[in-house]
Write a protein that binds this ligand. Structure first.
Ligand code: ATP
Length: 321
């Protein structure tokens, strides 16, 4: 009897999730498995939104943003009774293995299902790059590029008006999106949870820049640093005398066609997840380390602490004023 494997996407959507689903479905079929998709994450699993698919189901999705399997959040999935409903749905289809693409919360759900006998493998999919057990998450590169496109445009108007603009980007509690896009844009200041800057120091730095040749400045800030960035830039204007505006990039950061890097890493992760299932693994997640995909126990992965990215932060100080 052939092995039956299902795949779902969960948590926030990320560009490259479709490329990953495609790799899971196609490599599974090529290995002789029956492949299933589940719509709407764990919510859809509990509701039985399960469908067997063939290789054509994932045609022409490698370049598409979002997730064709859609995603949802189901806080009640922490409850034992709800998890049992999910296990029952899978067993009704004869499915014993589940690949989940998402973040830490999604991994927690997979670990719970593994305790109830489902073979689970997690793949890191989130724009935030905030998963401690991997150096890279699917969607991060596309999101950085999207932020850069936006900042390029904001730069044009900021320069023309000789203003200062604060740009707030996503990242959850992780500063990587701000740091990498800030380095790629050569902005005057990058403010992240790893490198928060006191308000007075922000004012001083901007005032010191004002005296130079460059009459505009760009600052990239991680979300959740300032409770209200619009109020904060009013204070910046008052304290520095520089006309300062704020832009929150918001959900446009999640969208768009995945970059080649995201398509390739997503494809590698998808193939590796199916292989892990075929090797009899369960309750593991995949992580990228020095370019290689590693298997890590989910409980161990969730206990890991994200290393702070001081190296890049320090290096950039040699380039910036
Ligand atoms: P992102 O980083 O994009 O937010 P995520 O996977 O961390 O992705 P969450 O909303 O935290 O997103 O989790 C996704 C889903 O996983 C939740 O809606 C819930 O159904 C399930 N989940 C989260 N935490 C747990 C838990 N402790 N036990 C069981 N299931 C969980």
């Amino acid at each position: 009897m052939s092995k039956k494997i299902a795949v779902l996407t969960s948590g926030g959507d990320a560009p490259g999730m479709n490329a990953c689903v495609r790799a899971v479905i196609r490599s599974g079929i090529k290995s002789g498995c029956d492949m299933y998709v589940i719509y709407d994450g764990y919510k859809g699993l509990v509701e039985g939104k399960i469908e067997q698919v063939d290789r054509n189901f994932v045609s022409d999705i490698i370049n598409r943003g979002g997730t064709i399997l859609r995603t949802a959040r189901l806080p009640e999935f922490k409850e034992d009774a709800i998890q049992k409903m999910a296990v029952k749905q899978l067993s009704d289809y004869g499915i014993d293995s589940l690949i989940v693409i998402g973040g830490d919360g999604t991994y927690r759900g997979a670990a719970e299902l593994a305790k109830k006998g489902v073979h689970t493998v997690g793949i890191p999919g989130t724009i935030d790059n905030d998963i401690a057990s991997t150096e890279y998450t699917i969607g991060f590169d596309t999101c950085c590029n999207t932020i850069c496109e936006c900042v390029d445009k904001i730069r044009d108007t900021t320069t023309s008006h000789q203003r200062c603009t604060f740009i707030e980007v996503m990242g959850n509690k992780c500063g990587d999106l701000a740091l990498y896009s800030g380095v790629a844009e050569g902005v005057e200041m990058i403010i992240t949870p790893d490198d928060p800057i006191e308000d007075e120091k922000v004012f001083e730095k901007l005032k010191s820049l004002k005296g130079g040749k460059k009459k505009h400045s760009l600052v990239i800030v991680s979300e959740k640093i300032y409770p209200n960035i619009f109020e904060f830039v009013k204070k910046v204007t008052e304290k520095t005398g520089i006309e300062t505006r704020a832009e929150i990039l918001g959900h446009l950061q999640r969208g768009g066609s995945p970059t080649s890097k995201d398509r390739i890493e997503a494809t590698r992760f998808g193939i590796a997840a199916v292989q892990a299932i075929l090797d009899g693994e369960s309750s593991i997640c995949l992580g990228l380390h020095n370019g290689k995909i590693r298997r890590i126990n989910i409980d161990e992965a969730l206990a890991m602490k994200r290393p702070e990215n001081h190296e890049l932060l320090e290096a950039i100080k040699l380039v910036n004023r």
